[in-house]
Design a binder for this molecule. Sequence first.
Ligand code: HEC
Length: 100
Amino acid sequence: MILADSLTKDPDTGLVVAEQLNVVKAHCTSCHSSKLILQNRFTRDGWKEKIRWMQRTQNLWDLRDSEPVVLDYLAKYYGPEQKAFDGRRKPLPGVQWYKL
Ligand code: HEC
């Protein structure tokens, strides 16, 4: 995943500006604010599951050909957070420890 922080944001929605943005805006910001997207991080399958859930329970329509486009976008920019380097070095490999 690409860190969303370093990318240009759409001023209306705060969503990352990308090729698929208009499709995502058309399908995903008419019932609720884009905040629901911005607050979440899921894998592609996780996003698909959310879409299915909205389709079952919230009258979200069939996205048809747009579904893979929307999923590509969500998985790419709103995928699970990659843990930043935590400041510790990696353990040294193959150390022979003294027996005390
Ligand atoms: C037909 C209306 C509708 C559309 C269109 C819609 N949603 Fe939703 N969505 C909802 C409703 C209703 C909720 C529940 C809101 C709440 O809990 O306050 C929701 C909740 C969510 C949540 C939060 C789920 C959670 O587990 O808390 C996410 C994320 C989300 N939508 C993403 C999307 C995405 C991505 C799209 C575009 C594919 C989309 N929504 C399009 C109706 C819609």
